[in-house]
Design a protein. Sequence first.
Length: 89
Amino acid sequence: MTLTLLARAYCHLCDEMREAASAMLAPSGVALVELDVDTDPALEARWGDKVPVLLDGDTALCFHRLDRVALGRWLRQTLPTVASKSKIG
């Protein structure tokens, strides 16, 4: 299972979301893959003003700042066994 973080270099909000999401995802084993929107014109055109964005496939879980409630809900729905054994959202 993988979530995608759309980010850009020199973005303090991106750094904050990466750190917070990584901490929440660590107990679950869900991987966080990061893509730089500035290296892909299609990603930049679609998501540029909303970066950072945390995605499950094409579905945005949150923009700009980590929504811990939304990520916790996603984890409980996606990985109920892992979520019930940890302190997730």
